[in-house]
Design a protein around this ligand. Structure first.
Ligand SMILES: NC(=O)c1ccc[n+]([C@@H]2O[C@H](COP(=O)([O-])OP(=O)(O)OC[C@H]3O[C@@H](n4cnc5c(N)ncnc54)[C@H](OP(=O)(O)O)[C@@H]3O)[C@@H](O)[C@H]2O)c1
Length: 329
């Protein structure tokens, strides 16, 4: 199996590296600066203490490198999907399986439409942070989820320590993940690691408000949400609003996050990249519009992240300040 990773960033390098460590033939396709960063090889660590060192993997900066692939994992941010499809279209081998491991709801369908062939929807249920150089760190537990696709080599993923959870229908999984991803914007605006941010009740109240708005819209739209955390989705806002001590006691698993972990949207703001906000909070705003309703909390979060991505120096928000601005939305 020759695997091409299109979009060598946090997820692409981590998943590609673990598959290579399990014996797969992997090529990473990414930007020249990532090629330079990986020149000394990959260092993959996780919250359980795994510590893997790999020699440099084949690295390419152009889409031609997919030409012999039997499996292509698309790991670019949602806003880069259209360009990825345009670049890949003339180079993809006809028999290759394509998988989108991206957040948001519509990437696999959009890629599939642009490429005129099936793209299997996938979802990454854990956090990976780029620690600099070739070091990528999985900071939370979680698995890979994927739509049933008979030709996928599930045993390889299991050997890599990334077992695939196979679903008949990925839509409830993607919508369920979107609800958890509503914290990405709050984490990015806080400027804090995830564990510190989620440890503070005011930030959790912000998340609860964004999630409640979302749950309400999903109820109206009859959109089922897969259960991706120990608690049912509908209970999350109530638990998030608990005082810190009670929350720490009841939601132990939610705080079982490596102190280094942060959302990739936080990295986007730090590194001056376009944040993946439209595919997340923007999806909530679009759902509201389709239903003839509004989503003021998610729209305000979207505006704040967009503003932060254009301002220098970047403002960070305390939990209290953010809560006040969301309550007035
Ligand atoms: N990181 C996480 O913890 C996590 C967890 C679950 C799901 N996800 C999802 O996984 C997806 C990838 O996230 P990520 O955190 O891995 O993003 P990332 O670190 O930004 O990685 C994407 C990489 O792809 C590169 N790229 C974009 N277009 C390209 C092109 N046409 N050719 C070559 N390289 C290209 C980007 O370069 P530029 O920056 O220069 O564009 C970037 O280096 C997102 O949808 C994200 O929401 C992430």
């Amino acid at each position: 199996m020759r695997i091409a990773i299109f979009g060598a960033g946090a997820i692409g390098c981590y998943v590609g590296g673990r598959l290579a460590h399990a014996g797969a033939d992997v090529v990473l396709i990414g930007r020249p600066r990532m090629g330079d960063a990986l020149a000394q090889g990959l260092h993959l660590t996780d919250y359980r203490g795994a510590d893997l060192h790999l020699p440099p993997l084949p690295f390419a900066t152009g889409p031609e490198a997919v030409k012999d692939a039997t499996l292509v994992l698309i790991c670019v941010k949602s806003q880069d999907s259209a360009q990825a499809a345009a670049q890949l279209s003339t180079h993809l081998p006809p028999a290759a399986i394509l998988v989108s491991f991206q957040n948001g709801i519509g990437n696999a369908a959009a890629l599939s439409q642009a490429l005129g062939r099936p793209v299997v929807p996938g979802m990454v249920g854990f956090n990976v942070a780029w620690m600099g150089g070739g070091h990528f760190h999985q900071g939370t537990q979680g698995d890979l989820h994927i739509e049933e696709s008979p030709r996928l080599n599930e045993a390889l993923f299991a050997r890599a320590g990334l077992p695939l959870h196979v679903h008949d229908d990925m839509q409830p999984v993607m919508w369920g993940k979107l609800m958890l991803n509503l914290n990405n914007a709050i984490n990015a605006l806080s400027g804090l690691p995830l564990k510190d941010q989620l440890g503070q009740r005011d930030y959790r109240r912000c998340l609860a408000a964004a999630q409640e708005e979302y749950l309400d819209l999903c109820r109206v739209a009859d959109q089922p949400l897969a259960r991706l955390s120990p608690l049912p989705a509908a209970w999350l806002p109530g638990v998030l609003r608990l005082p810190d001590r009670l929350f720490a006691l009841l939601a132990r698993q939610m705080l079982a996050i490596d102190p280094k972990a942060r959302s990739s949207m936080a990295d986007d703001l730090t590194l001056g990249r376009k944040p993946e906000i439209d595919a997340i909070n923007g999806e909530v705003a679009r759902l509201a519009k389709r239903l003839g309703r509004s989503a003021p909390v998610n729209q305000r979060l979207m505006a704040l992240v967009e503003e932060a991505s254009h301002s220098e120096p970047r403002r960070t928000w305390s939990g209290r300040e953010l809560l006040q601005t969301l309550q007035s939305a």
